[in-house]
Design a protein around this ligand. Structure first.
Ligand SMILES: Cc1cc2nc3c(=O)[nH]c(=O)nc-3n(C[C@H](O)[C@H](O)[C@H](O)COP(=O)(O)OP(=O)(O)OC[C@H]3O[C@@H](n4cnc5c(N)ncnc54)[C@H](O)[C@@H]3O)c2cc1C
Length: 308
């Protein structure tokens, strides 16, 4: 019951001001978003890759309102890619982008987001890495998939995300499970209506397995975005049944969540990628992490009470 309420709060400007200004917020935020600047996140990338993990980097900041902010988002990714290139980290670190941050919700947003994301994809390819387009709320997905298709004409390695909670996703998975495609499957983190999405956890898990099966039996490269031990075990089983080798799919988890499991899977020889978000506009990302596990919210509230 708490999850939907927290997701609703993630869209509230008033809550944003209260949470962002609370003196105890920062240490709790740092668990999930380990830096605000490129300088702060690079040592994290170095540390993770030294441990045998791979990384996907997300510059947070989805709630933009001006075209200038969309250019700033593009430039932030270009700066990041330039820094990764200088350190030779290109092959171990890819980028995750939210098209809303590139202007998708503004007037003429589809073309603007495409124009902003293209140079980022180009720069990533030049240093031997890739970009994955994150999935946001369901109203944005037709535009995201069209941009994905357009980018793949020149950069076929560009990835995208599909969300198991949406009714549409099995059909999307069938279309995307083609040779050369890279698809991250996740449960889904946004507040969606019952007309378009399963709301029941067990139904979402069942859909996840059906979609995973489509991806594993297809010709693309599945990226399993989940911390759920049952789904991870099922993924391994489906990969075996489909005759996939260890480098023909990968696991992905979020920074700060089940970190010991990142290392365990990597030690077993799996490709394990840690989704690492950084930046100053962390509110939306942080609130989704609270919504996923209400115990996080209790920890957050308790720390506010005990510090005050
Ligand atoms: C790499 C990656 C990329 C993602 N990209 C997207 C995206 O583009 N679009 C989108 O809608 N969603 C995205 N998500 C979020 C996803 O949709 C889920 O909301 C999130 O992964 C939680 O689902 P779960 O599969 O881990 O299973 P759950 O059943 O939610 O969690 C399983 C277990 O993992 C642990 N856990 C999960 N979440 C948390 C948390 N926040 N804090 C502490 N412990 C936790 C708990 O132990 C929990 O019992 C992404 C997730 C990952 C891992």
């Amino acid at each position: 019951m708490l999850g939907p309420a927290i997701l609703a709060a993630s869209r509230s400007d008033k809550m944003r001001r209260i949470v962002s200004a609370a003196p105890v917020t920062k240490p709790v935020v740092n668990r999930f978003i380990p830096g605000e600047t490129v300088d702060q996140v690079i040592p994290i990338v170095e540390d993770l890759t030294r441990k045998g993990l791979e990384v996907t980097l997300d510059v947070v900041g989805e709630d933009i309102t001006t075209v200038e902010q969309s250019y700033a988002a593009r430039d932030a990714y270009l700066e990041l890619i330039a820094r990764l290139a200088g350190l030779g980290l290109g092959e171990k670190a890819e980028m995750s982008v939210k098209l809303s941050m590139f202007g998708q919700a503004l007037e003429g947003g589809h073309e603007l987001a495409l124009a902003n994301v293209r140079p980022v994809v180009e720069a990533a390819a030049a240093i031997g890495t890739t970009v994955t387009l994150d999935a946001e709320d369901h109203t944005t997905l037709d535009s995201m998939f069209a941009i994905h298709e357009e980018l793949r004409r020149d950069f076929p390695q560009t990835g995208c995300v599909i969300q198991a909670y949406l009714f549409r996703t099995e059909a999307d998975a069938r279309r995307l499970a083609a040779a050369g495609s890279r698809v991250r499957i996740v449960k889904g983190a946004y507040k969606e209506p019952a007309e378009v999405a399963y709301l029941d956890k067990a139904e979402i898990d069942k859909a996840y397995v059906r979609i995973l099966k489509i991806l594993m039996e297809g010709e693309g490269y599945p990226m399993i975005g989940s911390h759920d031990p049952r789904l991870i075990a099922i993924s391994q089983e489906l990969a075996r049944t489909a005759g996939r080798k260890l480098d023909e799919y990968e696991f992905q988890m979020l920074y700060g969540i089940r970190s010991e499991e990142h290392l365990r899977l990597a030690a077993e020889g799996h490709r394990m990628r840690v989704y690492t978000a950084y930046g100053t506009d962390w509110y939306g990302y942080f609130m989704r992490r609270l919504a996923e596990k209400p115990a996080n919210l209790l920890f957050f509230v308790r720390s506010m009470i005990t510090k005050n």
